[in-house]
Design a protein around this ligand. Structure first.
Ligand SMILES: O=P(O)(O)OC[C@@H](O)[C@@H](O)c1c[nH]c2ccccc12
Length: 265
């Protein structure tokens, strides 16, 4: 069994337990449920923003512990203050060390928030809304095209946007009318192999009307410039900042370099 299979198996158990603990009706009573969501699409298309979807990730199955001490409010606030277009907050506990709490805390920031988790059930989408998320992730590698369509339509009915994550060509068939933002994960979730060229190779095959996001393994301004030349509007970056003792400072330095470079060219 590969790691993605393991995560999904665990996720099924977790979702069943959470459903038993809290009903959908209870979730809907959250103070965040009625809030007006922010549009990732709009934030990514805003030329005055960096396009960076900055991720808060404490650990991962591929890297183990990345940062055991970072404070979610401090780091996400610095991400926002320094030009992030969106925050990505891991809510998976077992494999990524995230939590519902982390996302709720990050909500102090008035920019879109992506609930980063393995979504397999409508219940998790209601949860996402009740935590204050604006966007959910749907991973093609663990869903059928029909499931993507159904879950994306459901998210839309709650005014949440969807980032559809692809990795290889076979998954292009998961793209549908309901998925307007398409990410290409440079990391294979089954083998952990990272290949930054993956986004570029895949980009040519994604329909032109979709907003493209490059995900994982991004560590340089040069990477971003190449992605931009290939039509990408969003760049999902986690470890490059989180691996530093001070992720806030690492992010600010990265963005100032990015801005310097684009004014020079
Ligand atoms: O830390 P990185 O290499 O910059 O990657 C961030 C993000 O793309 C990665 O965490 C990710 C992409 N897709 C996922 C799906 C589930 C969990 C995590 C992920």
């Amino acid at each position: 069994m590969n790691i993605l299979d393991k995560i999904i198996e665990q996720k099924k158990i977790e979702v069943a337990e959470r459903k038993a603990k809290k009903s959908i009706e209870e979730l809907k009573q959250s103070e965040f449920f009625g809030r007006e969501t922010l549009s990732l699409k709009q934030f990514l298309l805003d030329e005055d923003r960096t396009g960076i979807i900055a991720e808060f990730k404490r650990k991962s199955p591929s890297k183990g512990m990345i940062n055991g001490t970072a404070d979610v409010v401090e780091v996400t606030s610095a991400y926002r203050a320094n030009g992030a277009s969106c925050l990505s907050v891991l809510t998976d506990e077992i494999f990524f060390g995230g939590s519902t709490e982390d996302l709720i805390k990050a909500r102090v920031n008035n920019i879109p928030i992506l609930r980063k988790d393995f979504i397999i059930d409508e219940y998790q989408i209601v949860e996402a809304k009740s935590m204050g998320a604006d966007v959910i992730l749907l991973i093609a590698a663990c869903l059928t095209p029909e499931e993507v369509k159904r879950l994306a339509a459901f998210a839309k009915s709650l005014s949440l946007e969807v980032l559809l994550e692809l990795h290889d060509e076979e998954e292009l068939q998961h793209i549908c009318n309901e998925t307007e933002i398409v990410g290409v994960n440079n990391r294979n979730l089954k083998t952990f192999i990272v290949d930054i060229e993956r986004s570029i190779a895949m980009s040519k095959k994604i329909p032109a009307d979709k907003i493209k996001v490059a995900e994982s393994g991004i560590s340089s301004i040069e990477n971003i410039n190449i992605f931009k030349q290939n039509g990408f509007r969003g760049f999902l970056i986690g470890e490059n900042f989180m691996k530093e003792a001070d992720p806030s400072k690492a992010f600010a330095t990265f963005v100032s370099q990015l801005k310097n470079q684009s004014t020079r060219t």
